[in-house]
Design a protein. Structure first.
Length: 121
């Protein structure tokens, strides 16, 4: 098998792996038992991770690293330039930590919430 054919086959496997998670939405429409549905949905959900190994084996390390380098270059332009300033850092920390407060209230002190609250467990 030529190098070009191996590259194309490996790339095809990667593309199939990228498309597999979209099949998860079709699994509930089948008449299969719940155990089979769960197994098939799990395989489809992790399709890229499952297909990446055979794709790398087929196309070879050099071609796989070439594809990853291209993707890294394309995604690298999305990264914000420079370091975040103190205001941006404080906003990020607040956005990360603030959702934790209602979670702890709901879990450990639900009596603080009104009786009619939909958050009350």
């Amino acid at each position: 098998m030529s190098v070009e054919a191996r590259f194309r086959l490996g790339l095809t496997l990667l593309i199939i792996g990228l498309a597999m998670p979209s099949g998860v939405f079709l699994v509930p429409l089948t008449d299969w038992p719940a155990e089979v549905k769960a197994a098939v949905a799990g395989i489809l959900f992790f399709g890229f991770e499952i297909m990446a190994l055979p794709a790398a084996a087929v196309m070879g390390k050099e071609n796989f690293e070439r594809i990853l380098a291209k993707l890294g270059g394309l995604l690298g332009c999305l990264k914000p330039s420079g370091e975040p300033g103190p205001v941006r850092h404080a906003i990020g920390v607040a956005l990360f930590l603030l959702p934790i407060v209602p979670t702890y209230i709901m879990a450990y002190v639900p009596s603080w919430l009104p009786d009619s609250s939909p958050w009350r467990l």
